[in-house]
Design a protein around this ligand. Structure first.
Ligand code: MLC
Ligand code: AMP
Length: 506
């Protein structure tokens, strides 16, 4: 790598876009398709609006926007001016957005038009701009007046391209800083490992505020100059309609279980597909087997995180083993260690640690937290429990971190417990995840009431407006006390075992 060259990841994407200018980039059923040239052009205009708003290299652009072609242009426009893209879930409440705004100190906050009144009071120093999925709003109005930016601001390989927030087990969310080199290296590895071909068409139904939809999926298509069927969200009917035109689909396990629940989803639907990829949450062996029985395809499962993007993957050619997440990707080292950080023998369960060009630069504004999660030799402590098989495959068996993954979204119990514990009717609570047929895990609040039993609507009413709804407990259970160990620590495993059948009918 030439250290004096411009390492802005957008440079690589722009070169591909120029080479495929007239090719379709975004296939949008029911709306106009966008060519690579149209997307490049839109990103230049958005960059103009951002530059006019004073956004420069290293400045943060916080975005809470619906998925759309314009949202992709906003991401690319941010990179173009050398700024840092900070995407957040559209389900977050204004109270949650206030935290991200305060922590990331963006120059600009871009939100949906309907959210302007609620977010104006929390925008702080940031300019508040709006962007509708159809292109309405002040961002594009400003872009129409601004001079488009043709240059790509020079960035070093280790300059920050994006901050992706991932919730903290103890405190508030931490912003994982991903560098231009992190994005570039992981995208190149995935294109090669998954055998991306010139005639591939990706079905993209993931949200574009997490690494799965924004980086893994989008980058594979943009960096290979191949089209995506760009759906605004996952809707089983829309996916069944679009799949016959696709060759690759990426999804969280819920996508797969929801498709399997449909009688009109058949082998014929995916006759043209060469690869189904799953990640962000464990894919059960039952889903793997049911998918193979229905479609003849063995789903390729891979493992990643916001902090690292993709770490391991089952092979494209070769055995895809259900219940495992495959081999460390080229350039990624993985090891399994005990509590003291000693590497364990193959087959033994411990914490997974990874090192490589994909691993993030640290948590934004949290040097101590960053130091705690890295070993001296540069390995990042993932907090996932797993083992390495004799042949080098990795299996994930659980989590050392107290985390629920529901439909591919992470929910940190502490964040929910803190609010429930503030209720005068509650003595204490424990929030857990138990098996859920649709979401993989469903959130359950186990509460010790002061007096009368606490009902689910009461809890929801307290959380409403304060926590995104996907984090709300789907069930509230009342108990006289919480099981604790000798140290006084709540035994969540015991609670998970006790309530494991709660959603069996779900
Ligand atoms: C929505 N709801 C959820 C939920 N999604 N509840 C629990 N878990 C979820 N994941 C709730 C809403 O709050 C709402 O509740 C109700 O369900 C209907 O909302 P919806 O928006 O209509 O939901 P739906 O369209 O059904 O969404 C489900 C989904 C979506 C699975 C399609 O959650 C999704 O796209 N998930 C993908 C997440 C993802 O991309 N993860 C990648 C992270 S990156 P109410 O109460 O309002 O009715 C990562 C690294 C890696 O992990 O390795 O990839
Ligand atoms: P996030 O904070 O959204 O980046 O979530 C990352 C977490 O998702 C990882 O630390 C894992 O716990 C989990 N995860 C991602 N992919 C898989 C997978 N294939 N199997 C099991 N867990 C996964």
């Amino acid at each position: 790598m030439n250290p004096t060259a411009n390492q802005n990841f957008l440079g690589a994407l722009a070169a591909v876009a120029d080479a495929h200018a007239q090719r379709t980039c975004l296939i949008q059923p029911g709306a106009e398709n966008w060519s690579f040239a149209m997307l490049s052009d839109a990103s230049r205009r958005v960059a103009g609006a951002l530059a006019e708003a004073g956004v420069g290299p290293g400045d943060r652009v916080l975005a809470q926007v619906d998925k759309s072609a314009h949202a992709v242009a906003l991401y690319l426009g941010t990179l173009r001016v050398g700024a840092v893209y900070v995407p957040i879930n559209t389900a977050y409440t204004s109270e949650e957005v206030a935290y991200f705004r305060g922590d990331s100190e963006p120059r600009v906050l871009v939100c949906r038009e309907q959210d302007v009144p609620a977010l104006a009071p929390v925008a702080g120093e940031a300019d508040l701009l709006s962007l509708g999925a159809d292109g309405d709003g002040t961002l594009l109005q400003n872009a129409a007046q601004a001079t488009p930016v043709d240059t790509i601001t020079k960035r070093a390989a280790d300059d920050i391209a994006a901050i992706v927030y991932t919730s903290g087990t103890t405190g508030r969310s931490k912003g994982a800083m991903l560098t231009h080199d992190n994005l570039t290296s992981n995208a190149r590895v995935l294109l090669d490992y998954w055998g991306w071909a010139d005639d591939d068409v990706l079905l993209h139904a993931l949200p574009v505020f997490h690494v799965h939809g924004l980086f893994v999926a989008l980058h594979c298509a943009l960096l290979s100059g191949t089209p995506m069927i760009f759906l605004p969200q996952f809707d089983a009917s829309a996916v069944i309609d679009a799949l016959p035109q696709a060759t690759v689909m990426m999804g969280v396990p819920t996508f797969y279980t929801r498709l399997l629940a449909r009688d009109d989803f058949t082998q014929q639907t995916c006759a043209g597909v060469r690869l189904f990829i799953s990640g962000s949450a464990p894919l059960t062996e039952q889903t793997f087997a049911a998918w193979e029985a229905r479609t003849g395809h063995r789903i390729l499962e891979r493992y990643g995180m916001s902090e690292t993007m993709m770490n391991t993957s089952n092979p494209l050619d070769g055995e895809r083993v259900p219940g495992t997440v495959g081999y460390p990707l080229p350039g990624v080292e993985a090891r399994v260690v005990d509590a003291g950080g000693q590497e364990l023998a193959r087959g033994e369960v411990g914490v997974i640690e990874v090192r490589g060009a994909n691993v993030f630069a640290g948590y934004w504004g949290m040097p101590e937290k960053t130091a705690e999660e890295f070993r001296d030799d540069g390995f990042f402590i993932t907090g996932d429990l797993g083992k390495m098989e004799e042949d080098g495959r990795v299996s994930i068996v659980g989590r050392a971190k107290d985390l629920v993954i529901s439909g591919g979204y992470n929910i940190y119990p502490k964040e929910v417990e803190r609010l429930i514990d503030e209720m005068p009717e509650v003595l204490e609570s424990a929030v857990i995840g138990v098996p859920h047929r649709d979401f993989g895990e469903g959130v359950v609040a186990v509460v010790v009431p002061v007096d009368e039993a606490v009902e689910e609507p009461q809890v929801r009413a307290v959380l409403e407006g304060r926590l995104a709804r996907f984090k709300h407990p789907k069930v509230v259970v009342n108990v006289p006390d919480l099981p604790r160990n000798a140290m006084g620590k709540v035994q969540k495993k015991e609670l998970r075992d006790r309530y494991e059948g709660l959603f069996s009918e779900a």
